[in-house]
Design a protein around this ligand. Structure first.
Ligand code: SIN
Length: 315
């Protein structure tokens, strides 16, 4: 089995990953205990919850709700503050897998402060700059503001030598894909993670006649099966438009090995698991890894590159 697993390894930002999947910066990656559990699981990277300069409680509860085909959340970036994710770094070394820190400053100055400091920590391997949280009240998603995105990336590139990626919101219009790709291609980015949740959905409980979450009048980010077609489209489009040295990480509705394979066909170099991880806990990584490998074997693939980006379309 190890020989088979070896055939399907991947790499992101120059790091060899022992398999194709890891956690999204979303559920169950905020505390040291949760990061240790990821270290002990089959997640191939330990990725932290998006951090801010200071610790945050996040939005009032209820702020997460499981839905029949996914989830809705308005967590509001609860996290322990970036200094904790620095402090945890040496403790996570023993798991022999990369540790990535997700950064979501509430201002450009916050991002600069955090990234400058994170860049000096040898046990932090890379960071993912979150430009797409839809749930911070009064803070629009930076990824929908192209001028601001360009400015943030210009500044970040000046202050770090560590590999980094950006986590993007979903786009829905070809002009927006092209505009964003043009900006990303001009920066020294190692990976792009698409997509964050589809922002500001509203789920209504007809029995109680109430929205299912409290913050923002019930508006929150949709995840899970609802968003998979949008996530696949974003991966495919950015795979077409970005420089080939920028890896694409797919996230959105991956709950089975077959889902992971669909993202591979669209060009993803790895995938992240969010809603399914929230629902199943760390066992989800071994389950999806097993299903993914069995699926590739059944189709007689010998490497990920044989299928990567090879989605067939009608002539
Ligand atoms: C949140 O904490 O609100 C979710 C994280 C994100 O959407 O980036």
């Amino acid at each position: 089995m190890n020989e088979i697993k070896n055939k399907f390894k991947t790499s992101i930002a120059g790091f060899q990953l022992h398999n194709y999947l890891f956690n999204a910066s979303g559920p169950r990656c905020m505390t040291l205990e949760e990061l240790i559990a990821l270290g002990e699981s089959r997640s191939s990277v330990i990725l932290s919850k998006s951090c801010t300069l200071l610790p945050r409680e996040g939005n009032p509860e209820p702020r997460y709700f499981d839905l029949p085909l996914g989830s809705i959340n308005s967590m509001g970036l609860p996290n322990l503050g970036y200094k904790k994710y620095v402090e945890f770094a040496p403790l996570l070394r023993r798991y022999n897998k990369p540790y990535f820190v997700s950064v979501s400053g509430l201002s450009l100055a916050d991002n600069i402060t955090m990234i400058s400091e994170l860049s000096e920590v040898p046990e932090i391997d890379a960071f993912e700059l979150n430009l797409s949280c839809p749930n911070v009240i009064g803070k629009p998603q930076i990824g929908y503001d192209f001028e601001q995105t360009k400015q943030v990336l210009d500044e970040v590139m000046k202050i770090t030598k560590k590999p980094f990626g950006v986590k993007l919101p979903p786009y829905f219009d070809f002009v927006h894909f092209e505009e964003m790709a043009k900006i990303l291609n001009k920066h020294n980015i190692a990976f792009v993670t698409c997509i964050n949740s589809i922002g500001n959905g509203l789920f209504v409980d007809a029995d109680t006649e109430k929205a299912v979450i409290k913050p923002k009048g019930g508006f929150g980010g949709l995840g899970g099966e609802y968003v998979k077609p949008t996530a696949l489209a974003n991966v495919k489009k950015f795979y077409e438009l970005l420089r080939k040295d920028i890896a694409i990480i797919g996230v959105g509705g991956i709950a089975s090995g077959m889902d992971a394979f669909e993202f591979l066909l669209c060009g993803a170099s790895a995938v992240q698991i969010a809603t399914a991880y929230q629902k199943e806990g760390t066992a989800v990584f071994a389950r999806i890894e097993k299903e993914f490998i069995e699926f590739l074997e059944k189709k007689e693939y010998n490497s990920l590159s044989e299928a990567k980006g090879k989605l067939k379309i009608y002539e």
